[in-house]
Design a binder for this molecule. Structure first.
Ligand SMILES: [Zn+2]
Ligand SMILES: [Zn+2]
Length: 254
């Protein structure tokens, strides 16, 4: 599996695109291409890395805040322009299909029926495990202002955990246990913010979940700029977990 960090920012960051990860799993016929979240600034980052309209197999939507799913209308529009024909799988919590259709209808009225490719919606409720696009998707609820699902995606060999937004919960801790890579939002370095995680909490969670690699994303823009060296110093003190603070474009190979 390969994770490319298309964006690592929060909703209102003037420098960093919204947190979105392009996941590539397997090779040849079993290769799968998955986008984890698609906020309003994510599509150009995806297009810069992949211009082939048929490449993407599935999109995961963690929750319905704009920095996590308002990029879908542009993504779907460009696939239409580029004459995509392969069905696109969209996976998320119950209600995802309705939200995506509403967003598309607001952004580009009457466009959904024109798409030459079909949209296949798959629902994973908290605690559920489903099969879609040849991968296993297991979801757990985090602690966020709006219903958010963390997801663990497995290909039979490796597993990647992605938090979406929100504080760790007992359920997300269990979901992350033993995965190869944990990608978690860390809004602040150490000061608890309701509905969000911190760098300190994420490192503790990675230890508890016996996760060897942790990537921190979605850091609050001022905190990331002003406390960048503090974050790096803290990461440098951790020797039992490989901690990353990726920049846009960075890749991690499993
Ligand atoms: Zn967010
Ligand atoms: Zn959110």
């Amino acid at each position: 599996m390969k994770a490319t960090f298309l964006g690592v920012g929060e909703a209102c960051d003037e420098r960093l695109p919204n947190t979105a990860i392009w996941l590539e799993s397997g090779l040849g016929a079993s290769r799968r291409s998955v986008l984890l979240d698609c906020g309003f600034t994510a599509p150009p980052e995806y297009w810069r890395h992949c211009s082939n309209p048929e490449d993407l197999d599935a999109v995961w939507i963690s929750h319905f805040h704009g920095d996590h799913f308002f990029g879908l209308p542009a993504l779907l529009l460009r696939f239409w322009e580029q004459k995509r024909t392969k069905p696109l799988i969209i996976v998320g919590q119950p209600g995802t299909e309705e939200k995506v259709r509403q967003a598309m209808e607001l952004a580009y009225p009457n466009f959904l029926p024109k798409l030459a490719y079909s949209l296949a919606f798959h629902t994973a409720a908290a605690g559920e495990s489903i099969e879609a696009a040849g991968l296993t998707w297991t979801a757990a609820a985090s602690g966020h202002g709006q219903s958010n699902l963390a997801v663990r995606i497995g290909n039979g060999q490796h597993g990647i955990f992605y938090s979406g937004d929100g504080m760790a919960t007992e359920e997300t801790l269990r979901l992350a246990a033993g995965c190869d890579l944990m990608i978690h939002e860390a809004f602040r370095l150490a000061d608890a913010t309701p509905g969000h995680g911190t760098v300190v909490q994420c490192i503790e969670m990675a230890r508890s979940a016996r996760v060897a690699r942790l990537a921190l994303v979605h850091m609050q823009r001022d905190e990331r700029r002003e406390r960048y060296s503090d974050v790096l110093a803290l990461m440098g003190q951790v020797d039992d977990v490989e901690v990353h603070l990726p920049d846009p474009g960075d890749e991690l190979n499993l």
